[in-house]
Design a protein around this ligand. Structure first.
Ligand code: GAR
Length: 210
């Protein structure tokens, strides 16, 4: 068991970040959040970090214009804060190979559908739920996966399905999926804290509890 030193990247309201903090506070997740980084100045996640006395850093793409420049600044921030594991919590910005290589198999993302369905470019937030409803899927859910060089693609760590109901709107489905997200993100992180994840190609094997 080794305490994860988390860097959390978020672009929005930060409810997944809040759920991770709550799991840490309840002793269900062996981690500490070293820094919250956002690419959006008004992200609720930044405010949440401040309220919890966690270093909050806004990195502007107006300052770091090129993606490589941006991720060089991001890498410096994460390194300076002693981060050894990265959690994307509604981070709607592409990560360059620089970060992915530096934190190989140490970056998790949460996606609001059951990958490999309803993932890829443009599939974020309510777009995902609209696509699920338009396709007439009867189940959706949440996926926590490792980040590799391909968007929404790396080994799946935890998934949880939820039913799609006949009268669902994108909003009602999003709310049901979000509950699952909040549950499984900490669960997936705890597997890494307990060093129970083994990667074999695209497959992640979770070792049983010792
Ligand atoms: C979450 O639903 C997350 O799954 C989604 O953004 C939302 C962020 O909410 N991420 C993606 O769509 C990534 N493709 P939050 O800011 O309340 O955690």
């Amino acid at each position: 068991m080794s305490t994860l030193r988390l860097g959390i990247l978020a672009s929005g309201r930060g409810s997944n970040f809040a759920a991770i903090l709550s799991s840490i506070q309840k002793g269900k997740l062996d981690a500490e959040v070293r820094v919250l980084v956002s690419n959006k100045k008004r992200a609720g996640a930044l405010e949440l970090a401040r309220e919890n006395r966690i270093p909050d850093i806004f990195l502007s793409h107006k300052v770091y214009f090129e993606p490589e420049q941006y991720d060089a600044a991001l890498e410096r921030t994460l390194t300076d804060c002693g981060v050894n594991f990265v959690a994307l919590a509604g981070y709607l910005k592409y990560l360059t190979p620089r970060i992915i290589t530096k934190f190989k198999n140490r970056i998790l993302n949460i996606h609001p559908a059951l990958l490999p369905s309803f993932g890829g470019k443009g599939m974020y937030g309510s777009n995902v739920h609209k696509a699920v409803l338009e396709r007439g899927s009867k189940v959706s859910g949440a996926t926590v996966h490792l980040v590799d060089e391909v968007y929404d693609h790396g080994p799946i760590i935890v998934q949880q399905g939820v039913p799609v109901l006949g009268d669902d709107t994108p909003e009602s489905l999003a709310a049901r999926v979000l509950k699952a997200e909040h549950k499984i993100y900490s669960e997936a992180l705890q597997y890494f804290a307990e060093d129970r994840v083994r990667i074999e190609g695209l497959r992640a094997r979770i070792l049983p509890n010792a």
